[in-house]
Write a protein that binds this ligand. Sequence first.
Ligand SMILES: Nc1nc2c(c(=O)[nH]1)N[C@H]1C(S)=C(S)[C@@H](COP(=O)(O)O)O[C@H]1N2
Ligand SMILES: [Mo]
Length: 395
Amino acid sequence: MTPELPTPRFRSRLHDERTAALLGAALGIAFTTCFVTGLLSHVAQDPHPWFAWPTRPAGLYRFTQGLHVATGLAAIPLLLAKLWTVYPQLFQRPVVRSVAHGIERLAIVPLVAGSLFMLFTGFGNINLWYPWPFNFRTSHYWVAWITIGALVVHLGAKWSTTRHALRRAAPDAASEPTSEPASEPASEPASTPARVDALGRRGFLLAIGGAAAGVTLFTIGQTVWPLRKLALLAPRRPDTGPQGFPVNRTAQAAGVESTATDPEYRLTVEGAVRTPLSFSLAELRALPHHGATLPIACVEGWSASRTWQGIRVRDLLARAGAREGASVRVESLQARFSYATSELTAAQADDVDTLLALRVEGEELHLDHGFPIRLIAPNRPGVEQTKWVTRLVVT
Ligand SMILES: Nc1nc2c(c(=O)[nH]1)N[C@H]1C(S)=C(S)[C@@H](COP(=O)(O)O)O[C@H]1N2
Ligand SMILES: [Mo]
Protein backbone atom coordinates (compact mmCIF):
# COMPACT_ATOMS: atom_id res chain seq x y z
CA MET A 1 0.00 0.00 0.00
CA THR A 2 1.16 3.55 -0.69
CA PRO A 3 2.38 5.24 2.45
CA GLU A 4 0.09 8.05 3.53
CA LEU A 5 2.53 9.56 6.00
CA PRO A 6 5.01 11.81 4.28
CA THR A 7 7.56 12.81 6.89
CA PRO A 8 8.80 11.55 10.22
CA ARG A 9 7.31 14.66 11.70
CA PHE A 10 3.87 13.13 11.43
CA ARG A 11 4.44 9.78 13.03
CA SER A 12 1.54 10.34 15.39
CA ARG A 13 -1.13 7.71 14.99
CA LEU A 14 -3.66 10.49 15.08
CA HIS A 15 -2.63 11.20 11.53
CA ASP A 16 -2.98 7.62 10.32
CA GLU A 17 -5.46 6.12 7.92
CA ARG A 18 -7.65 4.50 10.50
CA THR A 19 -8.25 7.72 12.42
CA ALA A 20 -8.96 9.53 9.15
CA ALA A 21 -11.27 6.71 8.02
CA LEU A 22 -13.31 6.67 11.21
CA LEU A 23 -13.75 10.44 11.19
CA GLY A 24 -14.44 10.31 7.47
CA ALA A 25 -17.21 7.74 7.93
CA ALA A 26 -18.85 9.82 10.66
CA LEU A 27 -18.57 12.95 8.52
CA GLY A 28 -19.93 11.12 5.47
CA ILE A 29 -23.05 10.14 7.40
CA ALA A 30 -23.48 13.63 8.88
CA PHE A 31 -22.96 15.41 5.54
CA THR A 32 -25.27 13.10 3.61
CA THR A 33 -28.05 13.51 6.19
CA CYS A 34 -27.49 17.25 6.24
CA PHE A 35 -27.56 17.45 2.44
CA VAL A 36 -30.78 15.44 2.02
CA THR A 37 -32.64 17.29 4.79
CA GLY A 38 -31.37 20.57 3.35
CA LEU A 39 -32.80 19.70 -0.07
CA LEU A 40 -36.11 18.84 1.61
CA SER A 41 -36.13 22.27 3.23
CA HIS A 42 -35.74 23.93 -0.16
CA VAL A 43 -38.49 21.76 -1.62
CA ALA A 44 -40.74 22.68 1.32
CA GLN A 45 -40.11 26.38 0.74
CA ASP A 46 -40.29 26.47 -3.05
CA PRO A 47 -43.12 24.27 -4.23
CA HIS A 48 -42.08 22.16 -7.20
CA PRO A 49 -44.52 21.21 -9.94
CA TRP A 50 -43.25 17.62 -9.81
CA PHE A 51 -42.93 17.22 -6.09
CA ALA A 52 -45.60 18.52 -3.75
CA TRP A 53 -44.35 18.82 -0.19
CA PRO A 54 -47.10 17.01 1.75
CA THR A 55 -49.26 18.65 4.44
CA ARG A 56 -48.88 15.55 6.62
CA PRO A 57 -47.41 14.43 8.90
CA ALA A 58 -47.82 17.84 10.49
CA GLY A 59 -44.47 17.62 12.27
CA LEU A 60 -42.40 16.31 9.35
CA TYR A 61 -40.58 19.57 8.64
CA ARG A 62 -39.90 19.96 12.32
CA PHE A 63 -38.13 16.59 12.24
CA THR A 64 -36.21 17.04 8.98
CA GLN A 65 -35.05 20.55 9.80
CA GLY A 66 -34.16 19.65 13.39
CA LEU A 67 -32.04 16.85 11.94
CA HIS A 68 -30.50 19.22 9.39
CA VAL A 69 -29.30 21.67 12.01
CA ALA A 70 -28.26 18.92 14.46
CA THR A 71 -26.14 17.05 11.90
CA GLY A 72 -24.61 20.31 10.67
CA LEU A 73 -23.62 21.29 14.20
CA ALA A 74 -22.24 17.83 15.02
CA ALA A 75 -20.19 17.98 11.82
CA ILE A 76 -18.25 21.04 13.03
CA PRO A 77 -16.01 19.24 15.58
CA LEU A 78 -15.80 16.21 13.26
CA LEU A 79 -14.61 18.31 10.34
CA LEU A 80 -12.03 20.21 12.38
CA ALA A 81 -10.67 16.92 13.75
CA LYS A 82 -10.58 15.36 10.30
CA LEU A 83 -8.72 18.32 8.82
CA TRP A 84 -6.20 18.12 11.63
CA THR A 85 -5.78 14.39 11.07
CA VAL A 86 -5.10 14.66 7.35
CA TYR A 87 -3.28 18.00 7.03
CA PRO A 88 0.17 16.31 6.90
CA GLN A 89 -0.86 15.04 3.48
CA LEU A 90 -0.48 18.59 2.24
CA PHE A 91 3.25 17.93 2.45
CA GLN A 92 3.03 14.68 0.51
CA ARG A 93 5.60 14.39 -2.28
CA PRO A 94 5.38 14.04 -5.17
CA VAL A 95 2.39 16.37 -5.21
CA VAL A 96 0.75 14.42 -8.01
CA ARG A 97 1.52 10.76 -8.62
CA SER A 98 -0.88 10.04 -11.47
CA VAL A 99 -3.87 11.48 -13.28
CA ALA A 100 -6.30 9.78 -10.89
CA HIS A 101 -4.32 10.97 -7.92
CA GLY A 102 -4.25 14.49 -9.38
CA ILE A 103 -8.05 14.53 -9.75
CA GLU A 104 -8.48 13.16 -6.26
CA ARG A 105 -6.24 15.84 -4.78
CA LEU A 106 -7.87 18.60 -6.83
CA ALA A 107 -11.30 17.59 -5.52
CA ILE A 108 -10.02 18.20 -2.00
CA VAL A 109 -10.06 21.96 -2.67
CA PRO A 110 -13.84 22.32 -3.24
CA LEU A 111 -14.46 19.65 -0.60
CA VAL A 112 -12.59 21.44 2.17
CA ALA A 113 -13.54 24.96 1.11
CA GLY A 114 -17.17 23.95 0.53
CA SER A 115 -17.43 22.09 3.85
CA LEU A 116 -16.01 25.02 5.80
CA PHE A 117 -18.31 27.40 3.93
CA MET A 118 -21.41 25.27 4.60
CA LEU A 119 -20.76 24.82 8.30
CA PHE A 120 -19.72 28.44 8.82
CA THR A 121 -22.70 29.97 6.99
CA GLY A 122 -25.11 27.51 8.60
CA PHE A 123 -23.72 28.35 12.03
CA GLY A 124 -24.02 32.07 11.27
CA ASN A 125 -27.60 31.62 10.07
CA ILE A 126 -28.84 29.85 13.20
CA ASN A 127 -27.35 32.69 15.23
CA LEU A 128 -28.92 35.32 12.95
CA TRP A 129 -25.37 36.48 12.22
CA TYR A 130 -24.64 37.29 8.59
CA PRO A 131 -21.07 38.59 8.27
CA TRP A 132 -21.09 38.24 4.47
CA PRO A 133 -22.46 40.27 1.59
CA PHE A 134 -24.20 37.45 -0.32
CA ASN A 135 -27.62 35.87 0.08
CA PHE A 136 -27.45 33.07 2.65
CA ARG A 137 -30.06 30.80 1.20
CA THR A 138 -28.88 30.86 -2.42
CA SER A 139 -25.21 30.42 -1.59
CA HIS A 140 -25.83 27.76 1.06
CA TYR A 141 -27.86 25.86 -1.53
CA TRP A 142 -25.41 26.01 -4.46
CA VAL A 143 -22.27 25.43 -2.43
CA ALA A 144 -24.02 22.34 -1.00
CA TRP A 145 -24.14 20.84 -4.49
CA ILE A 146 -20.47 21.64 -5.11
CA THR A 147 -19.50 20.18 -1.74
CA ILE A 148 -21.52 17.02 -2.15
CA GLY A 149 -20.15 16.57 -5.69
CA ALA A 150 -16.60 16.84 -4.34
CA LEU A 151 -17.55 14.44 -1.55
CA VAL A 152 -18.71 11.85 -4.09
CA VAL A 153 -15.36 12.12 -5.92
CA HIS A 154 -13.53 11.88 -2.61
CA LEU A 155 -15.54 8.84 -1.49
CA GLY A 156 -14.89 7.16 -4.81
CA ALA A 157 -11.15 7.76 -4.46
CA LYS A 158 -10.96 6.76 -0.80
CA TRP A 159 -13.49 3.93 -0.73
CA SER A 160 -11.08 1.01 -0.70
CA THR A 161 -8.53 2.70 1.59
CA THR A 162 -11.30 3.55 4.02
CA ARG A 163 -12.83 0.10 3.95
CA HIS A 164 -9.48 -1.47 4.46
CA ALA A 165 -8.65 0.87 7.32
CA LEU A 166 -12.00 0.27 8.99
CA ARG A 167 -11.90 -3.51 8.60
CA ARG A 168 -8.47 -3.91 10.08
CA ALA A 169 -8.71 -4.54 13.81
CA ALA A 170 -7.42 -1.57 15.75
CA PRO A 171 -3.73 -2.43 16.03
CA ASP A 172 -1.94 -2.46 19.30
CA ALA A 173 -0.51 0.96 19.94
CA ALA A 174 2.94 -0.12 21.07
CA SER A 175 3.70 -2.75 18.46
CA GLU A 176 2.54 -1.29 15.18
CA PRO A 177 5.29 0.46 13.26
CA THR A 178 4.32 3.73 11.65
CA SER A 179 4.55 3.55 7.90
CA GLU A 180 7.59 5.33 6.63
CA PRO A 181 7.46 7.69 3.70
CA ALA A 182 9.14 6.80 0.45
CA SER A 183 11.12 10.02 0.42
CA GLU A 184 11.61 12.25 3.37
CA PRO A 185 12.97 15.76 3.34
CA ALA A 186 15.97 15.45 5.62
CA SER A 187 15.63 18.99 6.81
CA GLU A 188 12.30 18.43 8.63
CA PRO A 189 12.75 18.67 12.36
CA ALA A 190 11.43 15.57 14.11
CA SER A 191 9.01 17.34 16.43
CA THR A 192 6.35 14.79 17.26
CA PRO A 193 3.27 16.37 18.88
CA ALA A 194 4.03 14.41 22.02
CA ARG A 195 1.21 15.59 24.22
CA VAL A 196 -1.49 14.61 21.77
CA ASP A 197 0.36 11.43 20.96
CA ALA A 198 0.17 10.39 24.57
CA LEU A 199 -3.57 10.73 24.35
CA GLY A 200 -3.60 8.02 21.71
CA ARG A 201 -6.00 7.49 18.89
CA ARG A 202 -8.74 6.10 21.07
CA GLY A 203 -8.57 9.07 23.40
CA PHE A 204 -8.56 11.48 20.47
CA LEU A 205 -11.57 9.83 18.85
CA LEU A 206 -13.37 9.68 22.17
CA ALA A 207 -12.71 13.37 22.72
CA ILE A 208 -13.96 14.27 19.24
CA GLY A 209 -16.94 11.92 19.49
CA GLY A 210 -17.64 13.43 22.89
CA ALA A 211 -17.45 16.94 21.45
CA ALA A 212 -19.88 16.03 18.66
CA ALA A 213 -22.23 14.29 21.12
CA GLY A 214 -21.95 17.23 23.53
CA VAL A 215 -22.76 19.78 20.83
CA THR A 216 -25.80 17.68 19.91
CA LEU A 217 -26.93 17.15 23.50
CA PHE A 218 -26.64 20.82 24.40
CA THR A 219 -28.44 22.11 21.30
CA ILE A 220 -31.00 19.45 20.38
CA GLY A 221 -33.26 20.70 23.19
CA GLN A 222 -34.12 23.60 20.88
CA THR A 223 -36.41 21.18 19.07
CA VAL A 224 -36.72 18.10 21.35
CA TRP A 225 -39.00 19.42 24.07
CA PRO A 226 -37.99 17.04 26.94
CA LEU A 227 -34.36 18.16 26.52
CA ARG A 228 -35.19 21.87 26.37
CA LYS A 229 -33.49 22.63 29.70
CA LEU A 230 -30.22 21.30 28.26
CA ALA A 231 -30.27 23.57 25.22
CA LEU A 232 -27.49 25.67 26.73
CA LEU A 233 -25.54 26.10 23.49
CA ALA A 234 -28.57 26.70 21.29
CA PRO A 235 -29.32 30.27 20.28
CA ARG A 236 -32.99 29.71 21.15
CA ARG A 237 -34.73 27.80 23.90
CA PRO A 238 -38.16 26.66 22.73
CA ASP A 239 -39.75 27.65 26.07
CA THR A 240 -38.45 31.21 26.19
CA GLY A 241 -40.29 34.23 24.83
CA PRO A 242 -43.67 35.90 25.13
CA GLN A 243 -46.36 33.29 25.90
CA GLY A 244 -43.53 30.81 26.50
CA PHE A 245 -42.10 30.33 22.99
CA PRO A 246 -39.56 32.15 20.83
CA VAL A 247 -40.00 35.08 18.49
CA ASN A 248 -37.78 35.48 15.47
CA ARG A 249 -38.86 38.98 14.50
CA THR A 250 -40.71 41.23 16.91
CA ALA A 251 -43.55 43.54 15.90
CA GLN A 252 -41.23 46.46 16.50
CA ALA A 253 -38.50 45.00 14.25
CA ALA A 254 -41.13 44.37 11.57
CA GLY A 255 -42.45 47.91 11.91
CA VAL A 256 -46.06 46.79 12.48
CA GLU A 257 -46.67 47.95 16.06
CA SER A 258 -49.12 50.68 15.07
CA THR A 259 -50.82 49.01 12.09
CA ALA A 260 -51.37 45.74 13.99
CA THR A 261 -53.04 47.54 16.89
CA ASP A 262 -54.99 50.02 14.75
CA PRO A 263 -58.77 49.81 15.49
CA GLU A 264 -59.28 50.17 11.73
CA TYR A 265 -57.43 46.88 11.12
CA ARG A 266 -59.15 44.61 8.56
CA LEU A 267 -58.62 41.20 7.02
CA THR A 268 -59.62 41.00 3.37
CA VAL A 269 -60.08 38.02 1.07
CA GLU A 270 -59.67 39.00 -2.58
CA GLY A 271 -58.35 37.86 -5.95
CA ALA A 272 -60.06 35.01 -7.81
CA VAL A 273 -63.22 34.96 -5.68
CA ARG A 274 -66.91 35.45 -6.37
CA THR A 275 -67.45 37.60 -3.27
CA PRO A 276 -64.53 39.60 -1.88
CA LEU A 277 -64.66 39.66 1.92
CA SER A 278 -63.56 42.16 4.53
CA PHE A 279 -63.63 41.70 8.32
CA SER A 280 -62.89 43.83 11.32
CA LEU A 281 -61.24 42.20 14.31
CA ALA A 282 -64.58 42.00 16.12
CA GLU A 283 -66.09 40.22 13.11
CA LEU A 284 -63.16 37.79 12.97
CA ARG A 285 -63.68 36.96 16.63
CA ALA A 286 -67.32 36.18 15.93
CA LEU A 287 -66.57 33.64 13.15
CA PRO A 288 -66.48 29.90 13.96
CA HIS A 289 -63.13 28.93 15.47
CA HIS A 290 -61.24 25.66 15.34
CA GLY A 291 -58.33 24.37 17.32
CA ALA A 292 -55.19 22.61 16.11
CA THR A 293 -51.98 21.58 17.82
CA LEU A 294 -49.17 22.43 15.42
CA PRO A 295 -45.48 23.25 15.71
CA ILE A 296 -43.68 26.34 14.57
CA ALA A 297 -40.57 24.78 13.06
CA CYS A 298 -38.05 27.48 12.28
CA VAL A 299 -35.53 26.80 9.52
CA GLU A 300 -32.91 27.73 12.10
CA GLY A 301 -33.59 24.51 13.98
CA TRP A 302 -35.75 25.50 16.95
CA SER A 303 -39.35 24.43 17.17
CA ALA A 304 -42.28 24.80 19.53
CA SER A 305 -45.61 23.02 19.44
CA ARG A 306 -48.70 24.91 20.55
CA THR A 307 -52.47 24.62 20.45
CA TRP A 308 -53.85 27.37 18.27
CA GLN A 309 -57.43 28.58 17.82
CA GLY A 310 -58.57 30.41 14.76
CA ILE A 311 -60.47 30.51 11.51
CA ARG A 312 -59.99 27.82 8.89
CA VAL A 313 -58.63 29.24 5.65
CA ARG A 314 -60.80 26.74 3.75
CA ASP A 315 -63.92 28.17 5.43
CA LEU A 316 -62.99 31.68 4.29
CA LEU A 317 -62.35 30.43 0.76
CA ALA A 318 -65.72 28.69 0.68
CA ARG A 319 -67.44 31.83 1.93
CA ALA A 320 -65.72 33.96 -0.70
CA GLY A 321 -66.70 31.48 -3.42
CA ALA A 322 -63.16 30.56 -4.47
CA ARG A 323 -62.88 27.73 -6.95
CA GLU A 324 -61.85 24.29 -5.76
CA GLY A 325 -58.09 23.78 -5.90
CA ALA A 326 -57.32 27.47 -5.46
CA SER A 327 -53.98 28.50 -3.98
CA VAL A 328 -53.56 31.53 -1.77
CA ARG A 329 -51.03 34.28 -1.15
CA VAL A 330 -51.00 35.30 2.51
CA GLU A 331 -49.93 38.91 3.04
CA SER A 332 -48.73 40.59 6.19
CA LEU A 333 -49.00 44.16 7.43
CA GLN A 334 -45.26 44.14 7.27
CA ALA A 335 -43.87 45.99 4.26
CA ARG A 336 -40.84 45.40 2.05
CA PHE A 337 -39.67 42.03 3.29
CA SER A 338 -39.36 38.82 1.32
CA TYR A 339 -41.01 36.77 4.05
CA ALA A 340 -43.84 39.23 4.63
CA THR A 341 -45.96 37.10 2.30
CA SER A 342 -46.19 33.35 1.83
CA GLU A 343 -47.96 30.97 -0.50
CA LEU A 344 -50.41 28.24 0.41
CA THR A 345 -50.62 25.44 -2.12
CA ALA A 346 -54.11 24.15 -2.89
CA ALA A 347 -53.57 21.20 -0.54
CA GLN A 348 -52.37 23.48 2.26
CA ALA A 349 -55.22 25.97 1.78
CA ASP A 350 -57.70 23.11 1.89
CA ASP A 351 -56.28 21.42 5.02
CA VAL A 352 -58.65 21.45 8.02
CA ASP A 353 -55.78 22.54 10.29
CA THR A 354 -54.65 25.51 8.20
CA LEU A 355 -55.73 28.36 10.41
CA LEU A 356 -55.63 32.10 10.71
CA ALA A 357 -55.02 31.94 14.43
CA LEU A 358 -56.27 34.60 16.86
CA ARG A 359 -55.40 32.66 19.97
CA VAL A 360 -52.70 30.38 21.31
CA GLU A 361 -53.24 28.13 24.32
CA GLY A 362 -56.51 29.95 24.94
CA GLU A 363 -54.91 33.42 25.09
CA GLU A 364 -55.10 36.18 22.54
CA LEU A 365 -51.90 36.21 20.44
CA HIS A 366 -49.09 38.38 21.71
CA LEU A 367 -48.22 41.25 19.36
CA ASP A 368 -44.81 39.63 18.69
CA HIS A 369 -46.50 36.34 17.75
CA GLY A 370 -48.61 38.00 15.08
CA PHE A 371 -51.57 39.79 16.73
CA PRO A 372 -54.27 40.21 15.55
CA ILE A 373 -53.94 37.06 13.39
CA ARG A 374 -51.21 34.81 12.09
CA LEU A 375 -51.10 31.89 9.73
CA ILE A 376 -50.41 28.48 11.21
CA ALA A 377 -50.54 25.38 9.02
CA PRO A 378 -49.29 21.79 9.24
CA ASN A 379 -45.85 20.83 7.99
CA ARG A 380 -44.71 24.31 6.94
CA PRO A 381 -41.30 25.91 7.52
CA GLY A 382 -41.62 28.49 10.31
CA VAL A 383 -40.62 31.28 7.98
CA GLU A 384 -43.85 30.69 6.05
CA GLN A 385 -46.09 30.89 9.13
CA THR A 386 -46.84 34.52 8.33
CA LYS A 387 -47.60 36.89 11.19
CA TRP A 388 -49.79 40.02 11.25
CA VAL A 389 -51.90 38.78 8.33
CA THR A 390 -54.10 41.36 6.65
CA ARG A 391 -54.91 39.96 3.21
CA LEU A 392 -55.54 36.65 1.45
CA VAL A 393 -55.16 36.83 -2.30
CA VAL A 394 -56.76 33.82 -3.99
CA THR A 395 -55.07 32.66 -7.21
N1 LIG B 1 -44.69 38.82 8.74
C1 LIG B 1 -43.75 37.99 9.23
N2 LIG B 1 -44.09 36.75 9.58
C2 LIG B 1 -43.16 35.89 10.07
C3 LIG B 1 -41.82 36.28 10.22
C4 LIG B 1 -41.49 37.61 9.85
O1 LIG B 1 -40.35 38.04 9.95
N3 LIG B 1 -42.47 38.43 9.36
N4 LIG B 1 -40.89 35.39 10.71
C5 LIG B 1 -41.20 33.99 10.48
C6 LIG B 1 -40.28 33.06 11.11
S1 LIG B 1 -38.73 32.98 10.45
C7 LIG B 1 -40.67 32.22 12.11
S2 LIG B 1 -39.67 30.96 12.66
C8 LIG B 1 -41.97 32.37 12.75
C9 LIG B 1 -41.74 32.62 14.21
O2 LIG B 1 -42.95 32.68 14.83
P1 LIG B 1 -43.12 33.27 16.30
O3 LIG B 1 -42.43 34.60 16.33
O4 LIG B 1 -44.55 33.35 16.54
O5 LIG B 1 -42.45 32.34 17.23
O6 LIG B 1 -42.73 33.43 12.23
C10 LIG B 1 -42.62 33.61 10.84
N5 LIG B 1 -43.56 34.62 10.42
MO1 LIG C 1 -37.80 31.04 11.18
